[in-house]
Design a protein around this ligand. Structure first.
Ligand SMILES: [Zn+2]
Length: 88
């Protein structure tokens, strides 16, 4: 993965905050950039980035929770805050 494919921390926050405020769908390139950021930071090969929940962890420099697709297919535990995708 080229270094330029990974968003800087400030770019990630800016992108997610802009999308959160506008409440619209990010482009595929934006999603890829966000996913690549989290994969690089977490050193996890396949992650899911969902827009269901705002993450509670300060370690997550984006806004939304992130899940490991290989070991946590049901999205029971966010890689940053540990919360499940389904919160009832
Ligand atoms: Zn989270």
């Amino acid at each position: 993965m080229a270094k330029s494919d990974i968003l800087s921390r400030s770019d990630l926050m800016e992108l997610e905050i802009a999308r959160y405020r506008k409440d619209n769908q990010p482009t595929k390139n934006e999603v890829d950039a966000i996913v690549n950021h989290h994969r690089a930071v977490l050193n996890v090969p396949r992650i899911s980035w969902t827009r269901y929940w705002v993450c509670d962890s300060y370690n997550n420099l984006g806004i939304y929770c992130v899940y490991d697709d290989d070991t946590d297919r049901l999205h029971d535990s966010c890689l940053y805050c540990g919360h499940p995708e389904e919160r009832k």
